[in-house]
Write a protein that binds this ligand. Sequence first.
Ligand code: PHE
Length: 476
Amino acid sequence: MENNREQFGSRLGFILAAAGSAVGIGNLVGFPVNAAKNGGAAFLLIYALFVFLVCLPVMMAELAAGRQSRKNPLGAYRHFVPQQKLWHIGGWLSLITPYMIAVFYAVITVWILGYLSGIVTGNLDKLADSRHFGEFINSDSVFFYLAAITGLVGLILVSGVRDGIERGAKVMMPALFLMLLGLVVFVLFQDNALAGVRFYLIPDIGKITPEVVNSAMGQAFFSLSLGMGILITYGSYMDKANAIPSSARMVAITDTSVAFTAGLLILPAIFSFNPETNPDELSSSSISLIFTFLPKIFLAMQAAVGYFGASLVAGVFFLLVFFAALTSLVSIIEVPVSGTMDELGYSRRKSLYVLGTSMVLFALACALSFGRVDFLTSFISYGGSTKSFFELVIDIFYETILPLNGFIICLLVALRWQRDKFDRELEAGADDFRGTLFERYINFSLRTFVPVLLLLIFINTVMAKYFGISLLNLFA
Ligand code: PHE
């Protein structure tokens, strides 16, 4: 059995694929703005602590669960606890969550591609008009871009783990790093850029409230692609000879570095091309930032580098975001694909057809929920407001459920996975890991405070989002 499963071709291939999953819109836009608004370097420090002290253990647990079971998330839970069906809920959640996240992430990727092609065809000025976004998302061209993305992702995934996912990451990730560095250097040389750097990095402890700590944790968890079944699935394609601890660390370092570096691009750009910006008023929504605010900033560059130059910079930026989004999208769709392949015995191609068709239908429902179809636009009311279908999907699958999935995987490690078996899986390919403080820390954290923290975050989000009760205020 084991020999038939597809595998990543090399350790580097795995790291690039997992980093490709982790590096996404959250890093490039979400993190910089969150950090800038919430205490600068103080936020960065809290974020980094969460990444390495809380998220890294969960990441290693997911990878180990995948590699030991050689299965998709549902298969993994079944592997560890064959009899007690209650545990399989963890597996189902880790299949449904990525399925639905893929749906809304695909819609955002569609918009990015739309903006990219708008810039390439010389229309940066139109994109910078505040009315454009609303018109664009309700235009028929989104169907065209959705078809293009579906084709592109399908093409990558149908080629399999090594020739599709790994090869795609090996092309797109280095290109992404280069584009990011190039843009940072360009922006840092503009007038006033240092004001942005200062604003980004000067620590302001006063801004660190319980809410901010909570959002740093959520940001870190999402950014590392945890709780989405992705790392279980990618772990199942990992060679036993490749070390989990050091590979996971590399992925976490890459992800955090990209997030940090993106801040050196976004904030100086904002400050040098629009010095009047009041940063506290920057929208905390990545979506409105990417699609309404940043095009204006790019257009403002024409004073310094001309319209063509401004379009070039904007084009490179959108291509960068597009690559980041595409590699994330590929990773998340692979989860249900591996699920149907393992559990239903489908071929890769058949899984892709079946899942692809149903996901496109859901994505269409999202795309039509911005005013085109009333029923989908005012889909449901809770927590005091009416939400569209798109917002509902984001609220449940992105905002709420990830920490719960993380909590369940910790429970699996703590209650159902014998300690020496777990250790042996982590040690495979990493002899020097045995008996280290790091190993003890991983075990200790996954069995104690990490699950407690994840459960608290989950409960707090549910109370705040759906019942309008803020538990964090109790501590404030
Ligand atoms: N880490 C990704 C991001 O920052 C999260 C993600 C992964 C989202 C996979 C969707 C799919 O955007």
